[in-house]
Design a protein around this ligand. Structure first.
Ligand SMILES: NC(=O)C1=CN([C@@H]2O[C@H](COP(=O)(O)OP(=O)(O)OC[C@H]3O[C@@H](n4cnc5c(N)ncnc54)[C@H](O)[C@@H]3O)[C@@H](O)[C@H]2O)C=CC1
Ligand SMILES: CC(C)CCC[C@@H](C)[C@H]1CC[C@H]2C3=C(CC[C@]12C)[C@@]1(C)CCC(=O)C[C@@H]1CC3
Length: 338
């Protein structure tokens, strides 16, 4: 197999870290993304929409391995966009890969495909997909994962695998730390939702990258990874509010202190979400505390990655404490007073 691969979504947070690691490991990389934000030696850039097969094909020329880590931002509430990109677009990516003779595809799925807003403790990959997904993002990530895993076909020589990370954080993350700091700057990070003891997985980006590359390199016709999904986490569940506090304090902000009952905040978030939906034709406002975020902040959701350890030889390469320190140091512009 040649060492030429493509990263769809390679301009994004995870995608770019993946591209950098692939280059280190001697791969040449073709990046396909709707936006271009950097230039790197060893990377050929193709700008386009993944829903467009003709635009994808040149990026897949002579490529044996594809990583698909593109998605609209989870915070969006544009159902049509999620369906078009995550479902129809993923169908197009699969067709284009088969047409171009790609042999392996690694999808970035999400551990959230089994999350319905209630506790998950040490969840394994055999948990059923969420019957009532909590938002359009999750709903379409489920369909996307099914499409990719069902496309695995040893006879045709097209092998697929899905990685399910959870709560990715690290340098250049456009979501977790920026939203947290923005909420703190607006004086809204004073409260802990619930009793503050709920355990959650947060995964340092380099561990997620490591899991993707192991999956790609272990994916062979005789491998147990064919057509399977794998949880990739830091394997160190942490209290949600301890993690948030450590990041906030590291950046010079106060940690949240006062407790609010979970169901009260969840009910209010639901009400606000409904109001935003009803009033959308007249005024547009985006609540910070969405039902999804409140559910993520107030429940247990951590996952077992024994399957990845066993089949892929996975072990986190960066511990949680170290990951937090490196993340905090990478955001000097978000420090209090900066
Ligand atoms: N950030 C997190 O905590 C988690 C993320 N994931 C998954 O990881 C993947 C990467 O996420 P991030 O790097 O955090 O997001 P990101 O938003 O930084 O990167 C996504 C990339 O996809 C590109 N993209 C979006 N629509 C496109 C289209 N139609 N055609 C071509 N490119 C398009 C964007 O331009 C962007 O560069 C996504 O599939 C996401 O669902 C899964 C679990 C947790
Ligand atoms: C306002 C506060 C209550 C919370 C601020 C931090 C949140 C923005 C993040 C905490 C957990 C994160 C998370 C995701 C996005 C950012 C958070 C909500 C995902 C939804 C991203 C996409 C996924 O696949 C699952 C993630 C779970 C954790």
């Amino acid at each position: 197999m040649n060492k030429r691969c493509a990263v769809i979504g390679g301009s994004g947070f995870l995608g770019r870290h993946l591209v950098e690691k692939l280059l280190d490991r001697g791969y040449s990389v073709s990046v396909f993304d709707i936006r271009q934000i950097y230039v790197l030696p060893g990377v050929t850039f193709h700008q386009g929409d993944l829903c467009d097969r003709q635009a994808l094909l040149p990026a897949l020329k002579d490529v044996s391995l594809v990583f698909h880590c593109a998605s609209p931002a989870p915070a969006s509430d544009d159902r049509g966009l999620f369906e078009r990109v995550n479902i129809q677009g993923t169908r197009t990516v699969i067709q284009a890969c088969i047409e171009a003779g790609v042999q392996k595809m690694v999808l970035t799925s999400s551990a959230s495909v089994v999350f319905e807003g209630t506790d998950i403790k040490n969840g394994r990959e055999d948990l059923p997909y969420a019957k009532k997904p909590i938002d359009y993002y999750t709903e379409t990530k489920i369909e996307q994962e099914k499409l990719v895993l069902e496309a695995c076909d040893k006879e045709k020589g097209f092998l697929t695998v899905a990685i399910r990370p959870h709560g990715i954080f690290g340098p250049r993350d456009p979501q977790l730390v920026p939203i947290l700091v923005d909420t703190a700057r607006r004086g809204k990070m004073k409260f802990i939702i619930g009793d503050g003891t709920n355990l959650v997985d947060f995964t340092f980006v380099e561990n997620v990258v490591h899991g993707h590359i192991l999956a790609a390199e272990r994916l062979r016709p005789d491998s147990p990874a064919c057509g399977k999904a794998y949880h990739i986490t830091n394997d160190e569940p942490v209290r949600f509010w301890d993690f948030m506090s450590e990041v906030l304090v590291g950046l010079g902000y106060a940690a949240p202190r006062y407790h609010l009952p979970y169901f009260l905040v969840y009910g209010l978030a639901l009400l606000l979400w409904l109001l935003a939906l009803i009033l959308r034709p007249l005024v547009s406002f985006k609540p910070t505390f969405t039902p999804m975020r409140v559910a993520l902040a107030g429940t247990h959701h951590y996952y077992c990655c024994d399957r990845a350890k066993q089949d892929l030889g996975y072990k986190p390469v960066v511990g949680l404490k170290d990951g937090i320190t490196r993340t905090v140091q990478s955001y000097p512009h978000l420090r209090k007073g900066a």
